[in-house]
Ligand binder design. Structure first.
Ligand SMILES: *Cc1c(COP(=O)(O)O)cnc(C)c1O
Length: 408
């Protein structure tokens, strides 16, 4: 059974049956907790045995507005009864409207739609290459970054563990240490066409670009005529309390890639770029059959409208402060807490001990969190989280960390 550790000690009958079906019929490429989730609402989720959990990592960062946010559910239900899918050879109202809303909240460019983060990055990689007819195909990326699992995006991901056993990577990616502008300058030659970076590393441990780093990349990109691409698949779409991560740093990129939160739980991805650069992704050179489909568009539009109607960008900034205070307080009392990094609803608590044991302990307390890079507890909570839920979550998380710390 490809399940993680032993929670709960014995599986309930319903869960047992589902696990057996998976064991027989589903490719075992994921480690799964022995819990079968059946229903969710806001930041609560229930398993097949009727247990309730507080979810501070809903949908691996996709469920930006929590489980089954009512306006998104309604928009999808209405759209699915009207028009589910038509190919991109036709115009549809939702796709155009969605692109307009994204453009107006970013840098006024145009959108290419796809279905996932890795696809958004593939589009950006192609755009970089197409701009110079493939002559300047090299792209500088950063150690600790994460850009996806398709061959282009995984080649862009400068983490050896994701390359193991895959043989040759796609040519042209050059890896610099995160934050090191001198290394970037040294890597650039006359075949370099772009720089790809996450403004806040997500999978890499919730690590922001160091002071001046993105400004430096912007300067280098301008001097050397390179495209500056920001992968905002994890930090974009309002999660950090601004629409896009780059807006915290005062640096405007040429391209941003979006997915995860983009449609509040429905699959969807996008690449945004300037009108001028968009021309290079010319007809026939790139496509995504399902990209920008009416369901994803309806969900994407409903998410943006809900965030604005309910003032969730401001709300996020406020409740992020509670997380910060609570986790800083824990840090002052518990020396296994090394660092607390809070960017709205993107939170990393770096420990000096193994974080997977903490995740396990949280699960026992019916709290869902994530661990990345071995020692960073990562939370990507819903923007709709209440102050009471933050405090409840911080109580359980603090207890879990203290318990694991006392055992180690
Ligand atoms: C998750 C992630 C991706 C990959 O997105 P998928 O939708 O899983 O393909 C790419 N970049 C970043 C920063 C991510 O967090």
């Amino acid at each position: 059974m490809a399940t993680i550790d032993a929670f709960p000690a014995s599986l309930g009958a319903k869960t047992q049956a589902v696990v057996e079906t998976f064991d027989r019929y589903v490719v075992p490429n994921y480690k799964r907790y022995p819990v079968c989730l059946v229903r969710g609402s806001g930041s609560k989720v229930w398993d097949a045995e009727g247990n309730e959990y507080l979810d501070l990592f809903p949908g691996w960062g996709c469920n930006l507005l929590g489980h089954c946010p009512e306006p998104v559910v309604r928009a999808v239900q209405e759209q699915v009864a009207k028009l589910i899918h038509v190919p991109n050879t036709w115009y549809t109202e939702p796709q155009g409207e969605w692109a307009r809303l994204l453009s107006e909240r970013s840098f006024g460019g145009q959108a290419f739609f796809c279905n996932s983060g890795t696809e958004a990055n593939e589009a950006a990689i192609k755009l970089v290459r197409l701009r110079t007819d493939g002559k300047r195909y090299k792209i500088v990326t950063f150690k600790g970054g994460f850009h996806g699992r398709t061959m282009g995006s995984v080649s862009a991901t400068a983490q050896p563990k994701y390359h193991e056993g895959l043989g040759p990577m796609v040519a042209g990616f050059q890896y610099a240490p995160h934050g090191d502008l001198d290394a970037v300058e040294k890597l650039i030659d006359d075949q370099t066409g772009g720089i790809l970076v996450e403004p806040i590393l997500g999978e890499g441990g919730v690590v922001p670009a160091p002071e001046g780093f993105l400004q430096g990349l912007r300067r280098i990109a301008d001097e050397r005529d390179l495209l500056l691409v920001f992968d905002e698949v994890q930090c974009g779409c309002g999660r950090t309390g601004k629409w896009f991560g780059y807006q915290h740093f005062g640096v405007t990129p040429d391209v941003i890639t979006l997915a995860k939160s983009l449609c509040a739980g429905i699959a969807g991805g996008a690449m945004l770029t300037t009108v001028e650069l968009a021309k290079h992704l010319r007809p026939g050179m790139h496509a995504a059959t399902f990209g920008g489909n009416p369901i994803a568009a309806a969900a994407g539009i409903a998410a943006i409208e809900m965030i604005e109607r309910e003032n969730l960008l401001d709300h996020v900034a406020r409740i992020a402060e509670i997380f910060r205070e609570r986790m800083e307080d824990l840090k002052s009392r518990c020396d296994v807490v090394r660092d607390v990094r809070v960017f709205g609803m993107m939170i990393g608590v770096e420990l000096s001990i193994d974080g997977t044991a903490v995740v396990q302990e949280c699960l026992e307390k019916h709290l869902l969190v994530n661990c990345t890079q071995g020692r960073v507890i990562r939370l990507l909570p819903a923007m709709t989280l209440s102050a009471a839920e933050v405090n409840d979550g911080c109580d359980r998380l603090s207890d879990a960390i203290l318990q694991v710390a006392s055992r180690s």
